[in-house]
Design a protein around this ligand. Structure first.
Ligand code: MTE
Ligand code: LUZ
Ligand code: MOS
Length: 751
């Protein structure tokens, strides 16, 4: 199995990130001056003193923008620099450019600003009450809940809260821009969305997109945090570079990155669930309040994915799910692995946990009664095909001996007074494709050089998920040549244009299929050359392991010779491949369609041990059956599952964002914001693949893997909840994630 091509250069420090690009002579450095209050009107601003500081080149405000002061992608509601009003603490107001980063940061302290403060709102329900919505609410429904409640044997209601989450990519946001020929700019950006950055810079500068070249070597992590939010920083350095005609660079400090950028959306929700006597879920209604922050950013799309995944892996014949996207005075919240799906799944799993607790049964009994089956209709109209949830669950139940695990835990709990264990099952169904159909397209540009080596450019951005390794595998597979022959170039908008962000777990699917198409077409040309050389027809030719075969016989012509001959014969050795996912469509006016190419399924069993004196806990075991399809790289795919699970566990257990009443982020450093480390990661993660052929629409039948397994982590919440309940039967179960040790302790001794 091919290893991640970056692994050696990562551990030896040779991989190039934004900050490793050698800077040009005369490069200037930028720092951002931001709003000190969460909501208000700027009544006075004076930066003459800052400008006089030796080494300061210039300070930019919205007045210096030659084009539009607007960087909103889906909704145009976000300025690059505040004009008169400010809407969150950390909102960019000015961009200071100096001969060094130190001087630029020093100048920030000399800026005098006065803001007339308005009321700041941080709670989404309060925002909704006041009519502060980013976009109108949306509702997905199927069947008729109103007529169903009366038929339900049991009805339960509750409230569910889930918190935000800091991306904590190791490389902070940053960008480097410099003028090139013809009034153009070349911009290096740590972004998942090169074309979005290009488009917004062009908008801000009022130049055509062809003047702006974006180049991305790789990111030190993105996790969604750089799908939209790399853009403002790239726009700022570009503005300064364009006006000054000098190279300008900036990278946020960790602290600035944490306080200025958006995070996973916190949600607050109400649910009502109705079950029959035999535990079939007949009706489910939920109203969710998404904390969008001060501008839309990707919130409308995230809201949509919450709606799509609000019933997780279950078929519920009558549902009504509504999401309000609420405008608050926090930094605009944004994409984060799972993209709204985890928030939706947490609510349905909470509803099931509540029902099970009230009925005094294991939630598993409700879960297994309600799994999606073949040809069931999703709320959004897509008919479920190749449904693997039942298979994953059954395999997990059998191969991990789920029932004995439950019994062992029960036995442990009867024998131990101050340590309690809990176990939970987390099923998964996650749709693959951007929910906005037009985004599901990609291109790849392939050059075969005269010496037989191959250069590949695609729109995919490497951020640690090893998409570049998968791209090499695709080219090596189609040509049947040694992977050493293939080089993946940086992601560059001049080589591959109009890219979708590398997101929605579909980076490999979309770009890999474009690459497969380009390589297949080049292979056809090379076979034609070979057939001429060997006096036969192209269909008699094969290339296997760098050698030409005719009718399954080796003919003594190596790949290099074939390429050289084709070149001398003036055959075009360059090809552009284009891929657009077939089949998918969605009609927003009816909220029905077939938005996903396929779904990813799985089942996780999570168990925890709780120290009932201290409230501290350990996740012991995560046992997973995951539906990889026909995994093209099991090492990489397992790594993706492990990383995602740990990140998911972090979200529901230890990662707690705290703001004060003025909207200031208190958990703005790693001493105050706890992320999973090697000590808090589960002691054991066991991953078993569900063996299937894999769907045609996945890259080489290998399913997308980036985001779906994040959701397994949610199970840690319910496992902990059960451990608390085992210690304190009086604990009235509630749903307020993250379940930090402090919150656990309070619940252990609740009366
Ligand atoms: N893995 C690493 N190491 N670093 C990342 O930033 N991002 C995740 C996932 N895995 C991420 C990662 C997210 S949010 C997505 S959408 C996918 O990778 C994107 O890559 P793919 O589409 O190629 O799977
Ligand atoms: N980004 C996006 C995403 O623009 N649309 C999506 O559907 C999506 N899904 C997951 C992650 N990012
Ligand atoms: Mo991932 S949230 O789609 O970048």
């Amino acid at each position: 199995m091919m290893k991640n091509i970056d692994s050696i250069s990562h551990v030896t420090g040779k991989s190039v990130y934004l900050d490793d690009i050698p800077v040009q002579k005369g490069t200037l450095y930028g720092a951002v001056f931001t709003s000190p209050v969460a909501h208000g009107k700027i009544t006075y601003i004076d930066y003459t003193k800052a400008e006089e500081l030796p080494g300061i080149e210039r300070i930019f405000s919205y007045r210096d923008i030659p084009g539009r002061n607007q960087i909103g992608g889906i909704i145009e509601d976000e300025t690059l620099f505040a004009e008169s009003e400010v809407h969150y603490q950390g909102q960019p107001v000015l961009f200071v450019v100096a001969i060094s980063e130190n001087i630029a940061r020093k100048a920030l302290k000399l800026i005098d600003i006065r803001v007339e403060e308005y009321e700041a709102i941080t709670d989404p329900r309060e925002a909704k009450e006041k009519g502060l919505l980013l976009i109108p609410p949306r509702t997905f429904k199927i069947g008729n809940i109103a007529d169903t409640w009366s038929r339900c044997e049991y009805i339960f209601e509750g409230k569910v809260d889930s918190g935000g989450q800091e991306h904590l990519y190791i490389e902070t946001q940053g960008s480097y821009a410099y003028p090139v020929d013809n009034g153009s700019l070349r911009v290096h950006s740590s972004t998942q969305g090169a074309t979005l950055v290009q488009k917004m810079i062009a908008r801000v500068l009022n130049v055509p997109m062809h003047r702006i070249e974006i180049d991305v070597a790789r990111l030190g992590g993105g996790f969604g945090g750089k799908e939209d939010q790399a853009t403002p920083f790239a726009c700022m350095v570009s503005l300064a570079s364009y006006i000054l005609q000098k190279p300008v660079k900036m990278a946020l400090s960790r602290h600035d990155d944490m306080r200025m950028t958006g995070k996973r959306h916190p949600y607050s929700s109400d649910f009502k669930i109705g079950l029959s006597k035999d535990l079939k879920i007949l009706a489910y209604k939920t109203t969710m309040y998404q904390n969008g922050g001060a501008a839309s950013d990707l919130s409308p799309a995230i809201m949509e994915r919450t709606l799509f995944h609000s019933t997780n892996a279950y078929f519920i014949p009558n549902t009504e799910v509504t999401v309000y996207s609420c405008k608050t005075n926090l930094p605009p919240n944004t994409a984060f692995r799972g993209f709204g799906a985890p928030q939706g799944m947490f609510v349905i799993e909470s509803a099931i946990a509540k029902a099970a607790c009230q009925l005094n049964i294991s939630p598993r009994l409700i879960q297994e009664k309600n799994f999606l089956a073949e040809k069931d209709e999703f709320q959004y109209g897509q008919i479920a095909e190749n449904v693997n949830i039942g298979k994953c669950y059954t395999l997990a139940r059998e191969s991990f001996d789920m029932v004995s695990l439950e019994n062992e835990i029960q036995e442990f709990n009867t024998k131990n007074n101050y340590f309690k264990k809990g176990i939970s099952i987390m099923p998964l169904c996650f749709g693959i494709s951007f929910t906005k159909t037009p985004m599901n397209q990609a291109r790849a540009l392939v050059h075969i050089y005269q010496d037989g080596s191959i250069g590949v450019s695609t729109g995919a951005i490497e951020m640690g998920q090893a998409v570049n390794t998968k791209m090499i595998q695709v080219a090596a597979h189609v040509f049947s040549v040694d992977a050493e022959k293939i080089k993946i170039e940086s992601t560059n908008t001049s080589r591959v244009a109009n890219t979708s962000p590398t997101a929605a777990s579909s980076g490999a699917d979309l770009n890999g299929n474009a690459l497969r198409i380009a390589c297949t077409s080049l292979l056809g040309r090379l076979k034609e050359t070979a057939s001429k050389m060997l006096n036969c027809i192209p269909s008699e030719i094969e290339i296997i392991d760098d050698e030409v075969y005719k009718n399954k016989q080796k003919v003594g012509i190596r790949w290099e010779k074939l390429v050289e001959t084709a070149f001398l014969d003036r055959v075009c050795l360059t090809e552009n491949g284009h891929y657009a996912t077939p089949v998918i469509h969605f009609d927003k006016t009816r909220e029905k369609g077939h938005p996903f190419a396929y779904h990813v399924y799985g089942t996780a069993i999570i168990s925890v041990t709780l120290d009932c004196i201290r409230g501290t806990y350990q996740v012991d075991d995560v046992k997973i059956v995951h539906d990889f399809g026909n995994s093209m790289n099991t090492i990489i795919d397992h790594g993706q599952v492990e990383g995602a699970v740990v990140q998911g566990i972090g979200w529901v257990t230890m990662e707690e964002l705290a703001y004060d009443t003025s909207g200031k982020l208190l958990s703005n450093s790693l001493s105050a914001y706890k992320v999973p480390d090697i000590y808090s990661a589960p002691k054991n993660i066991e991953i078993k693949a569900l063996e299937t052929e894999g769907p045609e629409l996945a890259l080489l039948k290998s399913k997308a893997v980036g985001e779906p397994p994040f959701n397994y982590g949610i199970g840690a919440f319910f496992a902990l909840q059960k451990a608390i309940k085992a210690f304190n039967p009086k604990y009235k179960i509630d749903f307020d994630a993250p379940l930090t040790p402090e919150k656990v302790l309070m619940r252990l001794y609740q009366k």
